[in-house]
Write a protein that binds this ligand. Sequence first.
Ligand SMILES: [Zn+2]
Length: 304
Amino acid sequence: MTDYTVSRPEYYVQTGSMFENPHGVPHDEIIRMILENPPEVTAQTVFGKYVESSGLVFTGELIQQAIDRSLPRVLGNYWVADNAERDAREYYIANGDFWGPRYHTGIDFGRQTDFTVITTLDCWVMPARMVYYKRLNRVPWEAIYAEVGKVRTLFGENILCDSSGPAGDVIMDALGSRVYCPTHHRTLEVGQRCMRDGKFRTGCPNDYIPLSSADGYVFTNLSKKELVDNLRVVLSATYDAGDSTKDFGYVRVPPIVQLEEELSFYTWDDKRLMTDCLFSLALACWSGIEEATGNVYEGSVYGS
Ligand SMILES: [Zn+2]
């Protein structure tokens, strides 16, 4: 077997191997990752080695700490936490039909060829937990708006979405003027009712769900950096440099393979990278996790 643990100490900072991980990644799982992945991935995710010269933004330690490996791996494009929809509904009713600040959704809209990703966090207690994840590839805008309506119905009105550029204006205008019918999983212009073959459909709720609560986040070089930096702060919150065995971080996610890859390979120059899952999560964190405080300092769990 190739020895991936090449000795280049001037380029690597040891931040802890997954083999030593007290959270108990199964040994055969680690071996399988080593065998199936290229060495950069192994260095990053299995051995926790941060390749300083490559400009990776999220270290293996930050990423691994955020991933709850008691949950099954998510290889597909959809995941919802056990009982999350029922819990949210019961909470909403018990809270007097008021969502409040508990759930926060981040949406990165796909443009030409990339994906639309929707991520919802339950921020009731820290660390916040991902409860909902959906990744859509090149579907019509009508279908995407309906998915916004669905997550709005399930988890409430705290929605922050990528509203950059001319397309962002169109999206925000559309969301502002639309309502969602959960029975028929479609959106309508305000004032319309669901129809088919020239007749009103039955089963619609008395009041459709408005989508106008969605807020926009405009990506500029600066605002994007702030968003990513905030995600790093969230991932590293409560990190104790004096005790590397203590859990840290204000967010936990299931082992979504796509998300883990995007985090592992993210660099500030991201033009050629897949980033949809990462930014969806970052937007949800920006919306829902405010008290994450901490200083980014070099040479620890942080990258450059
Ligand atoms: Zn309807």
